[in-house]
Write a protein that binds this ligand. Structure first.
Ligand SMILES: [Zn+2]
Length: 90
């Protein structure tokens, strides 16, 4: 999923109880099956919360990177502009 999709998805999950329940059920089924095999069914719902929180953290980290690369582009453009001005001035 790209940033926008992930953002929309997470926002929707936060605001839509039906989808959150759907996701919870899917998660519980998927992880629950693994855990039944492992014999460890402890703390599944907090694992889902962690998963959602991790996704949110990754999303803000990605946004931060986008912001940094934009800042770098602006800085490079500004440096090029200064170089051009110097060339013209000399
Ligand atoms: Zn929904």
């Amino acid at each position: 999923m790209d940033n926008q999709e992930l953002s929309d998805f997470l926002a929707h999950i936060d605001s839509c109880p039906e989808c959150k329940e759907e996701l919870t059920i899917q998660f519980l089924v998927k992880v629950g099956m693994q855990r039944l095999e492992d014999g460890n069914t402890f703390n599944l719902s907090s694992e889902l919360e962690n998963l959602l929180n991790d996704s949110k953290k990754k999303l803000s980290a990605r946004r931060y990177l986008v912001l940094i690369s934009f800042g770098l582009e602006v800085a490079v453009a500004a440096m090029l502009a200064v170089c051009l001005l110097l060339l013209v001035a000399l």
